[in-house]
Design a protein around this ligand. Sequence first.
Ligand SMILES: [Zn+2]
Length: 163
Amino acid sequence: MKNIEEFLEVFDIPEEEALAALIGSFGPPQASGIRGYWRKHSHYGNDAPSTEIIKGIYSSNDYRCHICGSQKRLSIDHNDGNANNHAVENLKLLCFSCNRGKSSKPTQDKSHKLKIYRATMELYSELGQFPTQKQIRQRAGVSQIGGATYFLDYMKARLEKNT
Ligand SMILES: [Zn+2]
């Protein structure tokens, strides 16, 4: 939790707001939210199941992953890999780790920023000043700052303000 506390301090985020964001990110979504998401994204086709069916998939499976039985971070998976096939028998609950094992989609954007954040905080505490982009890239093991440039500028402003 030390890293999380440090992050909240650097970014000046009240605990209440951080908790609300975590609940939003990790709490199970409402059935209407899942249905809305499927309807909005065309590769899920036009016949998203009703909220009653979606709720039923959670409750009839006792909120458990159909592979390992875990109740942690569940989502609904199209078992045959066809996002259009909303037949009830094709919709299975998967926990985060079984889902990740099944999918090859990387969560690259988030882990890229995380690497840069970690490297920057380490270097900042070692050097006593904000590191250069080159130092950050080397420590983070990334070839470019890329989409984290604005994030990095903001960290610099926050850290230098706090000293
Ligand atoms: Zn599982």
